[in-house]
Ligand binder design. Structure first.
Ligand SMILES: [Zn+2]
Length: 399
């Protein structure tokens, strides 16, 4: 019932098309006071148990914990704990199987897939024996040009090793980038005590910059991100000359990582074990959203054909290099699909819902957590059907 402007009560009013119909239904059901937002929430809660999903874990390197400003490494002990938890409490499946289950709407269990980006040697040396022992499948995404005979080093690791390994480096560092020359003045901070170097050892880029070396590190890594691997090599050799241009760069710290990508022989060995799927990760590990169309096509298509020739197997999956929201786009995902890949994953934090686009699949980045923390994270995702990792992250931080 509604009072009109002439003061008469009318049982029905034909206003906007849907409104009277909805109103009549609410009146009949006796839930007139239910707000629209509450109604939507109720529907959401009812729907959620049927929102089926799997979780894709995103790892990088496994092995000893040295300098790790980008939180890319999980110690082999913690990785073994995490895999035990996975084996005993969840259903580890390969990423390809997860994709095919999602297409058939068969994601009904606590399915989890393990992935590694960048094909670090640590995956071959430390993770593979654990995965083989527990019979857990995984996918390793490889930037084809890093997979050389001796295994190429990643520029972010090399810059870190050069800048953070010595007590004394020059007070000024100059480098010639293709776009312009750059120089940094470190002044007296060219020399750091062993105590200060120890602080750098546990520094993470999410924390504030304490020494000018950290600022130089961030600048150089960011400038190299968009350069070709060839240019990066040239600039790294320049940086090496700069660091050693003084008579002696001072005492060397004990945490030089010397990390590298797997060599082509190591990658082939891994690829021929049924538990290890290999996926593409571009040629030069470039942020694809920044590339002009011709280069973008080449990066994606040539990385697939080069990788397939290297391992003598078909490559189905792709991981966007860096994987952040600014490093890929829907347009890039379309190029990946046209190149013949069957799916692509981002580094965006989330779970893989059945209804999602298989070329924009989010993952859960895994940090150096022990088995208990890892289990809490996965339990929380599955029990609460959490779609957003941000909520899960908050949960972990409060524990
Ligand atoms: Zn990567």
């Amino acid at each position: 019932m509604k009072e009109t402007s002439d003061g008469k009560m009318r049982a029905f009013e034909f206003g906007p098309f849907f409104y009277p119909i909805k109103r009549a239904i609410w009146e009949k059901l006796g839930i007139m006071r239910l707000e629209a937002s509450l109604f939507r929430t109720a529907l959401y809660i009812l729907r959620r148990p049927f929102a089926r999903f799997g979780i894709i874990l995103c790892y990088h390197d496994i092995g000893p914990q040295f300098l790790d400003p980008f939180s890319l490494r999980v110690s082999s002990n913690f990785f073994a704990e995490q895999m035990m938890v996975l084996k005993n409490n969840f259903i580890p499946i390969s990423l390809s199987e997860m994709i095919s289950r999602s297409k058939k709407k068969e994601m009904t269990g606590r399915h989890v897939a393990v992935t590694f980006d960048d094909a670090y040697l640590g995956v071959f040396e430390f993770a593979a024996p654990i995965l083989k022992k527990l019979d857990i499948p995984s996918t390793t995404f490889v930037s084809t040009n890093f997979c050389s005979d001796s295994g190429t080093r990643f520029y972010w690791d090399e810059v870190g090793d050069l800048l953070f390994s010595f007590e004394r480096i020059p007070e000024e560092i100059s480098l010639s980038f293709p776009s312009k020359d750059r120089s940094w003045r470190l002044g007296s901070e060219g020399t750091l005590s062993a105590k200060h170097l120890e602080r750098l050892k546990i520094w993470n880029v999410m924390e504030p910059v304490e020494f000018s070396r950290q600022r130089v590190f961030l600048d150089i890594v960011s400038l190299l991100k968009t350069e070709s691997q060839k240019t990066r090599e040239k600039i790294l050799r320049q940086l090496e000359c700069e660091i050693f241009k003084q008579q002696s760069p001072g005492k060397k710290s004990d945490f030089v990582s010397k990390r590298r990508a797997m060599s082509s022989r190591e990658l082939r060995e891994l690829a021929h074990n049924r538990l290890f799927e290999i996926g593409g990760h571009g040629l030069d590990h470039l942020p694809l959203a920044c590339l002009p169309p011709k280069n973008l096509n080449f990066e994606i298509c040539a990385s697939k054909s080069g990788l397939e020739a290297l391992i003598n197997k078909q490559v189905q999956g792709f991981a966007f290099p860096y994987g952040g929201r600014n490093d890929y786009s829907e347009g890039v995902a379309k190029v990946v699909r046209r190149a013949g890949y069957k799916y692509s994953v981002t580094a965006g934090e989330g779970v893989f819902m059945e209804r999602m686009n298989p070329f924009l699949i989010p993952r859960l980045p895994i940090r150096n957590w022990n088995g208990l923390q890892f289990r809490k994270l996965l339990d929380h995702c599955f029990e609460r059907n959490q779609e957003k990792f941000a909520e899960v992250g908050k949960f972990l931080n409060h524990e």
